[in-house]
Design a binder for this molecule. Sequence first.
Ligand code: CMC
Length: 378
Amino acid sequence: MAIGEYKPGLEGVPATQSNISYVDGQVGLLEYRGIRIEDLCKHSNFLETSYLLIFGELPKATQLEEFEHDLTHRRRIKYRIRDMIKSFPDNAHPMDALQTSVAALGMFYPLGNFHDAEYIYQATVRLLAKVPTMVAAFHMMRQGNDPVMPRDDLDYASNFLYMLNEKVPDPLAARIFDVCLTLHAEHTVNASTFAALVTASTLTDPYAVMTSAIGTLAGPLHGGANEQVMMMLEEIGSVDNVTAYLERKIERKEKLMGFGHRIYKVKDPRAIVLQDLVHKMFDEFGHDPYYDIALELEKQAYEKLANKGIHPNVDFYSGLVYKKLGIPSNLFTTIFAIARVPGWLAHWKEQLSDNRLFRPTQVYTGLHDVTYKPINER
Ligand code: CMC
């Protein structure tokens, strides 16, 4: 068989066939199951969108009711998982804590039959329900507090914010947070979804699939960028410092966090929705001066980098929304993970429906026929 051309980072190489989501990076279009993300953010909510992604169509009222009910009643985590989380170092990164917790969750639920729709459904509901609880539990326990028990009377977004702050959130804040989750729920074959697909293709259990994906999302070139953006804005410190900061970055050929995308060559449509949410947050809860820095950086970066197709991506404005919601910056990437669970699950399910083990080739650049040298001759 002829060896194909090597593409670093698999740029432009189709790794799968999928009908879950679609991106047109030239015009800034993102659709989930054919529905534009802007419409879902306006009319749907995170759980309905999760159902759409995982099961392929918008649920009927009874289906959504059952899905929400099943999810709401599976939010609690076993005390053994809680005890394990309690033993994590206080300064552990929350993404590491989440990855470990999800891996541990898998030990409690034996591998089932992938042809059994009920097994898929139960694993799906369990992961969607418990991931936010594990994130919030670690956050509480690293501060020396008991975890806050989930509340069945609160919706998904409100319950997470409640478990994080032990305070029922303002309904507008909860709605805005829910839109953030919807916006991050799925994004074709990005790095973490690809990791999930590769892991799923070995027919291992869904907790291992999620663990791979979470570990991959954590990196600063992927989901970890949202935390890095806040650090960058803090480092810039004031609007007056933007020009010098940008010039320094460009001179040193360093990346601006929250800018650039392999697929989008225009401003990421999710960044546009997020910026609108920033405005809504500020109108209601007060301005954040870091936004002025972000705006100035976007303006000046446009003049210098737009010709290369580098524009703000989803991670540029999300942190400003989360900060206003009272979420500490080292939890930002875990919010991305919570939101991306339905996307990963949808791809897991799709992979299982027509599975073939991922086993690509490589272009070997090493030596051949090398003589083994005894240790005293090296
Ligand atoms: N700031 C400055 N220059 C950039 C940036 C950036 N953020 N991103 C790309 N470039 C330049 C890069 O220096 C290179 O220039 P040249 O051709 O002159 O050497 C050119 O654009 C191509 O860069 P690349 O790294 O080969 O492009 P890529 O498609 O591999 O990178 C990326 C995509 C997201 C890894 C990259 O844009 C990046 O590192 N951005 C910063 C991190 C970030 O915000 N990540 C979140 C991505 S969106 C959410 C998600 O998927 O998690």
